[in-house]
Design a protein around this ligand. Structure first.
Ligand code: GLN
Length: 270
């Protein structure tokens, strides 16, 4: 049997990926690995690690292989039915937390893993949080995350606003599928394994954003906020859509990489 150090080094994986997969199969983190680097590896661990390493080498995302990803300091279960939570989306959380009045009603459109509504509810227990997704498989993941993390979130199957007739909110948030259909990134890296319907609108990238902007007015109270994530090159188009629809205080905020990432506006109430 190889040593643990040899097992990980010979895997052909990036060190951080090898450590994550090893931690998943063994329950042992980096400190344990450092202490036991020269030990002969347990054959059962070697076998389990090699199965996941082989899958990782074909491109499967680490988050799907280990079944979870951290978002805003909490672990969310994920599977190939949902987009893997991204650090960029934490900007949407920050902006939402700043703008949500006490006891606000909030809805997340296209919730996927549920990382957005669950985080909002746990950070701000005063909020009344709802979440919708058109995918039943995604809602199952979102519901299970809400339950695991003890967050009370109302989850509904809905194509954007379809199941929300008559409901109004102080805040609407969304990380919709915004990648343009021919974007080469769809054929690269983790995105190849994520649900295509969570990534692209199969059009110019703005189709779902247009629907969300168009539908939001009927579901926002006066001065309520709509905030949504978008691609680095969609800030200007997003602001134009909001302004044209009658939103005020329209603004785009950059992510930590300095790229346009979230745009929002306040419903004028007309
Ligand atoms: N931010 C993701 C990416 O570009 C896309 C997520 C989305 O379409 N909402 O990898």
């Amino acid at each position: 049997m190889p040593t643990y150090q040899h097992l990980l080094r010979a895997s052909g994986l990036a060190r951080i990926d090898a450590q994550a997969l090893f931690a998943h199969v063994s329950g042992h983190g980096r400190a344990w690995l450092i202490a036991h680097a020269q030990d002969k590896a347990d054959p059962a661990l070697v076998a389990a690690f090699k199965v996941l390493a082989a899958r990782r080498l074909t491109g499967e995302p680490v988050a799907y292989l280990v079944g979870s990803r951290e978002f805003y300091g909490r672990e969310f279960a994920v599977n190939p039915a949902v987009l893997i939570p991204r650090p960029e989306t934490e900007l949407l959380i920050e902006l939402a937390l700043q703008r949500a009045p006490a006891n606000a009603r909030v809805v997340d459109l296209g919730t996927g893993s549920g990382c957005i509504p669950v985080t909002l509810k746990l950070e701000r227990p005063d909020l009344a949080v709802s979440a919708v997704d058109v995918s039943v498989a995604a809602l199952e993941v979102a519901r299970s995350n809400a339950q695991q993390l003890a967050a009370e979130v109302r989850m509904l199957e809905s194509d954007w606003f379809a199941a929300l007739a008559g409901d109004t909110f102080e805040l609407i948030v969304s990380n919709p599928p915004y990648i343009e259909q021919h974007d080469p990134h769809l054929a690269q890296g983790d995105l190849r394994f994520e649900p295509r319907g969570a990534l692209t609108d199969e059009a110019d990238g703005l189709a779902h954003i247009r629907r969300i902007v168009a539908g939001a007015a009927a579901h926002l109270v006066a001065n309520g906020w709509l905030l949504f994530e978008h691609g680095f090159d969609q800030g200007e188009a997003s602001r134009a859509l909001l302004a044209k629809a009658g939103f005020l205080a329209v603004e785009t905020w950059p992510d930590l990489a300095g790229l346009d990432r979230v745009t929002g506006g306040q419903w004028g109430g007309l």
